[in-house]
Unconditional design. Structure first.
Length: 719
């Protein structure tokens, strides 16, 4: 009885379903994503026809087309499947293995991927199973089995030297996994495979601990690679390839960390080389180990998530805000979400996206990352693109990696350098969360050797967001600066003076404006192709769709600040003359008036002290006879702290707490008047009555008895 095929792709089908899938592939061909169908009855296209097919050629030489067949054979022992597999394997061996010496044949004139690092690792575990299955079937050891064995030895010959192992990224991880799979099957019978097993186990653990931070976050700047490596690790544990208890414990931490990189719409945050992959699942799937991943992948139907609203991955370099506002039994899709990347650990999968962020609120993605497009075209060593840190040459790929494709600052039309510079690791600074949900995030980097740059995001979930950028060139050289913002494909924006309005499909609007003087709003760019690409988004491989993109620009400055407001309430007035910032960017005061009231934000980020934001809000007079307006305000669950200093004379001012309990809303009328509390349905007919309720504060968890006197909300003055 042989060891079953290692199901590292986490296939879920049973024996019957797997057989149907295998028969379909054998009859109709195999296809990966949107690449051409490969007819397995014909000669496999091993050669790399052109550089646009690099990813496809990698999958072919990894023998991805055999994965479903081997899984089905492992469950069904169907000889037709094994015979079909054997034909393809022997064809490959004849081309790429020196059978006399059991060593690789490199023919890079025809393909780069026959002995490409990661392809060798993935092919190794498949080849080992094929040899094991063939010699254990009705076939006796013969010429074919000898060829397969010599090919397996050639794979270990390639993997044995350290210089062939890519220790610094996930490719080496898969190389070590291949060694473990080969060695586990044949270590007792072969000294060569015994070495493979020992090497693989040692290398695998070393790379796993090296590639993930102590927080459980992958260091390659791409949450989808975090997911991919984790799923392979989980499958290896299930397959018996990993038995180390330390590694198994780390697996839980890695999965729990992954849950923070899932948007409320159940797509992976597509930083770096991540697709916007949908990972939603049904409650009955049971594919995750932790309740956190159960919750975020099932829209909250099962599992649970941590109560904290801010996750700081200091080592990895990420801020993530995840706030359920006041939804007692809310679905995950109703959460507010913001993730900021402040990571530079290596060139691997790193885009020129320093301090960029994505934002999801009010059940939709708003500001997005460009995506990856694909690994298309190869940048030749010594070319200008190569010097800039680009590995691929397709224009769409180049755009997706560029600084302007991300929600960040751009200096002089250049991309942040990724080659020839020392990675800064994590640029995470100070942060703070207030009881009303107000969150402040600080990050800082040094770019282009002389430019010191700070970004502060001040965010009141479900209400508004401020992006504040400060920079200084230490050589006092002037620069042309762009503060870029890129919107989800379904959002249309229009320029209005020096401000913008963004309209959503449901008619709701977002209002954007500068809060400091001296910047100029650009035109809205959507699907621009010339003179350079702008306003594009790639959700998946080779997908490239137009989106709205714009910037606030500042010319000829060696040190300056830019502050941009995003709010769901219509901006009535911003007095730029009253808004100010210190030269050092340490102190900021901004205010604006919208259809809800007057807002004032004070930021203090003095060095060596806790970062501090003082937010004051003066709520407008509420016309409660407009039931729809009041209903909208209540449904939005305003997140304002009622204990702020609000100037009240003779009018009733309404401040809504940061929680809603069932159908009840807690109000406060500031001194000298009394507090009151009543069910929403009573608001439309406020007779003289007394109500007493017990209210639970979502933040403190305390229950409070309340006793309030009557109040007539229809009048401007208290009765």
């Amino acid at each position: 009885m042989i060891i079953p095929y290692e199901n590292l792709n986490n296939r879920k089908s049973d024996a019957r379903q797997s057989l149907i899938e295998a028969e379909n592939i054998l009859e109709n061909g195999w296809q990966r994503r949107n690449y051409p169908v490969v007819d397995l009855k014909k000669t496999i296209p091993w050669n790399l026809a052109n550089q646009s097919e690099r990813s496809w050629n990698f999958y072919i030489h990894s023998w991805d087309m055999l994965d479903a067949l081997l899984y089905a054979y492992s469950l069904n022992s169907d000889e037709i499947i094994l015979k079909s597999v054997l034909k393809i394997v022997l064809d490959w061996i004849e081309l790429y293995v020196d059978l006399d010496k059991s060593i690789p044949i490199h023919d890079k004139n025809k393909t780069d991927f026959a002995w490409y690092d990661m392809a060798v690792g993935l092919r190794s575990y498949r080849l080992a199973y094929i040899y094991d299955a063939y010699r254990s079937s009705s076939h006796s050891l013969n010429e074919n089995s000898e060829k397969i064995w010599k090919s397996l030895v050639a794979h270990q010959a390639f993997l044995e030297p350290d210089e062939h192992i890519i220790f610094h990224n996930n490719h080496g991880y898969y190389q070590a996994a291949g060694q473990i799979a080969m060695g586990r099957r044949f270590a007792k019978d072969s000294a060569v495979m015994s070495i493979a097993l020992k090497q693989g186990v040692a290398r695998f653990k070393k790379m796993l601990l090296q590639q993930f931070t102590d927080e459980g976050v992958h260091r390659e700047h791409s949450p989808d690679y975090h997911r991919m490596v984790y799923k392979t690790l989980s499958a290896m544990i299930k397959s018996g390839l990993v038995e180390d208890n330390e590694v198994i414990r780390l697996t839980y931490k890695i999965e729990k960390a992954l849950s923070w990189f899932v948007l409320p719409n159940r797509h992976i945050v597509n930083f770096g080389d991540s697709d916007a992959r949908y990972i939603g699942s049904k409650p009955t799937n049971n594919q995750w180990l932790t309740p956190e991943m159960d919750y975020v992948t099932t829209n909250g139907l099962v599992g649970r998530i941590e109560r904290e609203t801010l996750k700081v991955f200091n080592q990895a370099g990420y801020f993530i805000v995840r706030n359920g506002i006041n939804q007692k039994d809310s679905k995950f899709q109703d959460y507010s979400y913001l993730a900021q990347t402040a990571a530079f650990h290596s060139r691997t999968h790193k885009h020129a996206d320093d301090l960029s962020f994505v934002w999801y609120d009010r059940s939709r993605s708003i500001l997005i990352d460009a995506g990856r497009y694909g690994y298309v075209g190869k940048a030749e060593i010594g070319t200008e693109l190569w010097k800039q840190g680009y590995w691929y040459t397709h224009p769409h790929r180049i755009y997706c990696e560029s600084t302007r494709a991300h929600n960040t600052l751009e200096f002089d039309g250049k991309n942040y350098p990724r080659k020839g510079v020392k990675p800064y690791g994590s640029a995470i600074g100070r942060s703070k969360v207030y009881d009303n949900g107000l969150t402040v995030l600080e990050t800082e980097t040094k770019n282009f050797k002389t430019i010191r740059r700070v970004r502060v995001i001040i965010y009141l979930p479900n209400q508004w967001l401020i992006t504040f950028d400060w920079f200084k060139d230490n050589l006092n050289e002037n620069h042309s600066i762009r503060q870029w913002f890129n919107f989800a494909p379904d959002i249309r924006t229009k320029k209005n003076g020096n401000s913008y309005e963004a309209k959503f499909n449901d008619g709701e609007e977002l209002y954007i404006s500068n809060l400091l003087d001296g910047v100029e709003a650009s035109k809205v760019m959507r699907g621009v192709e010339s003179p350079r690409l702008q306003g594009w988004y790639s959700a998946s491989e080779k997908d490239f769709v137009p989106i709205d993109s714009f910037n606030y620009k500042l010319e000829g400055s060696s040190s300056a600040s830019i502050a941009t407001l995003f709010t769901f309430s219509n901006i009535k007035k911003i007095n730029l003359a009253n808004n100010n910032v210190s030269n050092s960017g340490r102190r900021l005061k901004v205010s604006w008036i919208d259809n809800l009231g007057n807002h004032t934000v004070f930021l203090n980020r003095e060095e060596g002290r806790e970062i501090c934001v003082n937010y004051k809000f003066d709520f407008n007079r509420i016309i409660t006879s407009n039931k729809k307006l009041l209903e909208d305000q209540i449904n939005r669950g305003f997140n304002f702290n009622p204990y702020q200093d609000i100037n009240i004379k003779d009018t009733v001012r309404l401040v809504i707490y940061d929680y809603v309990v069932q159908d009840f809303v807690l109000y406060k009328i500031i001194e000298p008047y009394e507090e009151f509390y009543m069910p929403y349905e009573k608001l439309t007919n406020p007779e003289k009555s007394k109500y007493k309720y017990q209210v639970k504060n979502r933040i403190t968890g305390r229950w409070v008895d309340t006793q309030y006197k009557y109040c007539n909300l229809f009048s401007k003055e208290i009765n």
